[in-house]
Design a protein around this ligand. Structure first.
Ligand SMILES: Nc1ncnc2c1ncn2[C@@H]1O[C@H](COP(=O)(O)OP(=O)(O)OP(=O)(O)O)[C@@H](O)[C@H]1O
Ligand SMILES: [Mg+2]
Length: 407
C-alpha cells in the first residue's frame, strides 16, 4: 500500500514537535504521528546550542516514527517570525504565448520577476506568496492561468530571512539525519489551523504565545499583512513565579500548569496551594490569589506589548474579527477574558479541529503539514511548489512517498 505522508516540524523555544500527517484519498489529512521533546538549545526562538537542538529534533522525530511505525526521511520546517521580514513587491511580464493565453509558465516568470529586489547581504528569500494577480489592469485575480491578456502583474509578499540563523536551523535538522522538504512561516502555518477563512478575510490578529516568544500576525483580505515578534512568553511567567514565591523553576512551572489562572477573580477566596518542599525546607502554603496575581501581571504586560505592536502597524481600532490566541500559554484559564480587556475587542482561543491532536501547542506543527499540503498536493502548479522552496538549496519541493508493504 502506498502512503502519502507529510512531516511538519516546529522547533520552538520550549519544545520541538514533529507531526506526521497522512494525506487521505479525498485530500483530507489524518494526524498519525506525534513526537515531542523538550528543547533547551533555543533562546527567544533562535538556536544558541546546536548539539542540544539536534538532540531534541532527534528525540521528537524518533517518537513520531515509533507512532507511525516507519522511518520518516524528511520534514517541512517552521520558520519563526523573529528571523524574517516581509516585503511587498510587484512583478510584471508580457504574456508569452501567441494566443495570449496565460500559462503556468507565465505565472512562474512573473513570480520570478517579483523576486528581484535589493537584499542586504545577510538576508535571503525564503518564500514568495502571490497576493493577487493583475491582468491588463484588472486586479483581484487569484488564479490567472487560462485567462487571456497581454500584461501579467503580480502583487506578492516576499519573505526574507537572516541567512545565519536559517543556516543554523538547517544544519541542526540535517545533522539529525532529516532532509528538508521546505520551510513554512509559522504564522502562516498557525493561521492554517487556527483562523477561519472569514476571519482571515475580515481582519483578525493571531497571537501565538509560546515559551520564549510571542508572535503577533495580522491577517486581512485573506492574506498575512504583517508580523511582529516579541522576545517574551510563558517562560517569563514561570520565572516570575519562581522569584515571587522563592521556589525553583521546575516547581514554578508545575504550579503554573496545575494551579495557574490568568485572572485572580477566577480563584475562590481563601483557597490555598501547597508549595513543594525545596532543599530540605518545610513545605509551605501560599494563597492561590498570590499565584494568580503574579501570572496576571506578566500576561498583562505581554498582551499590552502585543497591542502596542498592533498600534505600531496602524491598527489602532480593533480588527473586525478580533483576537485569536494560540501557543502553549493560550491554555492558561482566563486568558481570553484578559485579552478582551486589553485589546478592547473579542478574543477567542484557537481550537484546532484536526483529527488526532487537539491542543494549540501543536498548532504550528499541524499547520505546517496543512500548509505544505494545501500549497502542493491537489495542484501540480509549478509556482505553488516553488512557494515553499529554498533558493540554492532546494529547487523543487515534493512530498515524499513511502511504500508500505502489507504484511
Ligand atoms: N496548560 C498550560 N497552561 C499554561 N501555560 C502552559 C500550558 N501548557 C503549556 N504552557 C506554557 O506554554 C509555553 C510553551 O508553549 P509552546 O509549546 O507553544 O512554546 P514553543 O513553541 O516551544 O516556544 P516559542 O514559540 O516561544 O519558540 C511554556 O511557557 C509552557 O509553560
Ligand atoms: Mg511556538
Amino acid at each position: 500500500m502506498k502512503r502519502n505522508l507529510i512531516c511538519g516540524m516546529d522547533i520552538g523555544t520550549s519544545h520541538v514537535r514533529a507531526i506526521v500527517g497522512e494525506i487521505n484519498m479525498d485530500n483530507s489529512i489524518s494526524i498519525i504521528g506525534v513526537g515531542t521533546s523538550p528543547s533547551e538549545g533555543l533562546k527567544k526562538g533562535v538556536i544558541v546550542d546546536l548539539d542540544k537542538t539536534v538532540e531534541a529534533i532527534t528525540h521528537a522525530m524518533e517518537e513520531a516514527e515509533r507512532m507511525v511505525g516507519t522511518s520518516i526521511p524528511s520534514a517541512f520546517l517552521g520558520i519563526v517570525g523573529s528571523q524574517v521580514s516581509l516585503i511587498n513587491n510587484r512583478g510584471v511580464v508580457a504574456v508569452a504565448g501567441a494566443d495570449k493565453e496565460i500559462t503556468e509558465d507565465d505565472v512562474e516568470r512573473v513570480l520570478q520577476a517579483a523576486r528581484v529586489i535589493a537584499l542586504p547581504p545577510d538576508r535571503e528569500i525564503i518564500d514568495v506568496i502571490p497576493r493577487e494577480f493583475i491582468v491588463d489592469g484588472y486586479d483581484g485575480i487569484r488564479d490567472p492561468v487560462g485567462m487571456v491578456g497581454v500584461r501579467l502583474e503580480v502583487d506578492a509578499m516576499i519573505i526574507t530571512g537572516m541567512i545565519t540563523s536559517l543556516r543554523n536551523l538547517y544544519r541542526c535538522v540535517e545533522r539529525a539525519g532529516i532532509n528538508i522538504d521546505g520551510t513554512v512561516l509559522t504564522s502562516l502555518a498557525n493561521a492554517e489551523v487556527a483562523l477561519s477563512r472569514d476571519e482571515k478575510e475580515l481582519g483578525a490578529v493571531l497571537i501565538d504565545i509560546g515559551g520564549g516568544t510571542t508572535e503577533v500576525a495580522v491577517f486581512q483580505n485573506g492574506h498575512l499583512i504583517n508580523i511582529a515578534v516579541l522576545p517574551i512568553g510563558g517562560d517569563h511567567v514561570t520565572n516570575d513565579i519562581a522569584v515571587g514565591l522563592r521556589t525553583t523553576l521546575q516547581a514554578a512551572e508545575k504550579l503554573k500548569l496545575e494551579h495557574g489562572v490568568a485572572l485572580p477573580s477566577l480563584v475562590p477566596e481563601n483557597s490555598s496551594i501547597e508549595l513543594p518542599q525545596i532543599s530540605g525546607k518545610e513545605p509551605r502554603k501560599i494563597q492561590a490569589k498570590e499565584l494568580a496575581l503574579i501570572i496576571e501581571a506578566r500576561l498583562v504586560e505581554i498582551l499590552h506589548m502585543a497591542n502596542e505592536e498592533l498600534e505600531h502597524m496602524g491598527y489602532r481600532e480593533s480588527l473586525p474579527a478580533g483576537v485569536v490566541l494560540t501557543g502553549g500559554v493560550s491554555l492558561m484559564r482566563g486568558i481570553a477574558e484578559l485579552a478582551e480587556q486589553i485589546f478592547q475587542s473579542s478574543a477567542r482561543l484557537a481550537q484546532p479541529s484536526y483529527v488526532g491532536v487537539k491542543s494549540p501547542i501543536y498548532s504550528s506543527a499541524v499547520g505546517i503539514v496543512h500548509y505544505a499540503q494545501n500549497t502542493q498536493i491537489g495542484s501540480d502548479r509549478e509556482y505553488r511548489t516553488n512557494r515553499v522552496a529554498l533558493p540554492g538549496i532546494f529547487n523543487k519541493v515534493k512530498s515524499w512517498f513511502m511504500d508500505m508493504f502489507e504484511s
